[in-house]
Design a protein around this ligand. Sequence first.
Ligand SMILES: [Zn+2]
Length: 323
Amino acid sequence: MKKYIYITLMSALVFGFATVYAQEPVWDGNKVVLISEKLKNGVFAYYPSDAKELEKQGRPVATSGGFIIGQKGVLIIDTMLNQRLNRQVQALVRKETGKPIIFAVNTSFHGDHSYGNMYLPKSAAIIQHSFTKEYIDEHFQKDTEFMIQNFGTGRGIEEIVPRTGDILVPKGGKITLDLGDKAVDILDFGFAQTGGDLFVWEPGAKVLWTGNPIITVKPSLPWLLEGHLIETLRTLETVYAFLPNDARIVPGHGSVMGREDIKWHIDYLAAVKDKVQAAIDDGLSLEETVKRVKMPEFRGYALFDWVHPGLNVPAAYRDLSGS
Ligand SMILES: [Zn+2]
């Protein structure tokens, strides 16, 4: 299972970033500037200062997250790629409160969401999915090599030392963090990109942090780096059904969006599933299916030519053909 994941990550690297971007990282961890947005008293999103501009153009945005300030202390959602960005997060927290950081949650094992754990105070408890901890325990070295290849040398990745979860959320599980005046739910809604995907729900403010399973608004698309199109579709439908109409969503790589913005991602995955099923029914091979299922109606994302033919159509083909 884990070997398989690593192989698919490497093939994504070989067929994806490397060909599309050559030596250019999709965003530069030495340049990103994070800003925060207050969503309700004590509830903040943070995202790159150029997020809204890039989203409009369908271009990739660096990592987003947030923090929640309760009577007892602060919860940070995602700890960023490197020391530079983690420092920015802690500075955004310090602008709002002097309370201690008592929790930090990683929405996945991906380095841009978890490498910054080591820069948090020792007193902060790290919350991860049990699969995320397992993955980091077994693959940290290779994971950082992969990240350096994609995000560049000299971006602070070389010095990262893993700091894994103190509190683990089991498969399909849910925990509630008591911040005093606020209770925050950490949920596993099912496989959504890595198998260790955690969503953070603050019911008072009706805000959901999703991590990578929702990249950002249309025209961005899911990255099925490890396959599982059918499960991912089911999970996103579950998330959509869970949310009240007026919920706000902080995606993994963009600014704050609404519940209806998730529909684009669900509609896209459902269309991939239908079209790939039709191609399988017609007896097409994977290669022929990739050629046929072009779906220009979902174009617009700068990474379309990598994620759609390179990841998502093959993921659907493998799921639906059982190969
Ligand atoms: Zn990410």
